[in-house]
Design a protein around this ligand. Structure first.
Ligand code: GNR
Ligand code: NI
Length: 167
């Protein structure tokens, strides 16, 4: 097991488009285990491969209060979106920034699990938000890119200032 390094916005690698996983292998499962460990340690409720600089269509999520209901999504496809709802989001790649984003209230997604078995899931509430947030990452999109240009500029300035203060 290993804790992986999470890319920090603004990093151009967060804009790479993830490629399909052609075969679910032991290597895929090792990556999934490391991503899960990284997500739980952060702590976070989701983590996309893009965030650990692996550009494959794969993410993990656990929105349970008990942190023992890991969900794995490989090659996720959105089959349907319904409704609209605004909620506050954060991202492990944009630490300390929380902003409201409007997304679909319900999402139907098809994906493969860690054994390469297909499943379809209808999600709503926080899980639906999380799934859309992670699929955005796989498409090279960070949640702040749903905000106005002005807000994005302010966020980038804030993060750069913070980075300077640490160094
Ligand atoms: O840990 C996370 N919390 C969160 C809160 C609201 C909406 C989305 C998320 S996902 C985020 C982890 C992360 O960055 N996943 O990509
Ligand atoms: Ni994120």
């Amino acid at each position: 097991m290993a804790i992986l390094k999470i890319l920090q916005y603004p990093d151009e690698r967060l804009h790479k488009i993830a490629k399909k996983v052609e075969q679910v292998t032991d290597d895929t499962r090792r990556l999934i285990r490391d991503m899960a460990e990284t997500m739980y340690a952060a702590p976070g409720v989701g983590l996309a491969a893009t965030q650990v600089d692996v550009h494959l269509q794969l993410f993990v999520a656990d929105v349970s209060e008990t942190h023992n209901q890991l969900r794995v999504f490989i090659n996720p496809e959105i089959l349907a979106l319904g409704g609209e709802e605004e909620s506050e989001e954060g991202c492990l790649s944009v630490p300390g920034i929380y902003e409201k984003v409007t997304r679909a209230e319900k999402v139907t997604v098809r994906a493969l699990d860690e054994n390469g078995q297909p499943f379809t899931l209808e999600a709503e509430g926080f899980l639906a938000v999380c799934i859309q947030h992670e699929i955005d990452h796989l498409r090279g999109k960070v949640f702040v890119e749903h905000l106005s240009q002005l807000k994005q500029m302010r966020i980038r300035a804030k993060l750069k200032k913070r980075m300077r203060e640490i160094l």
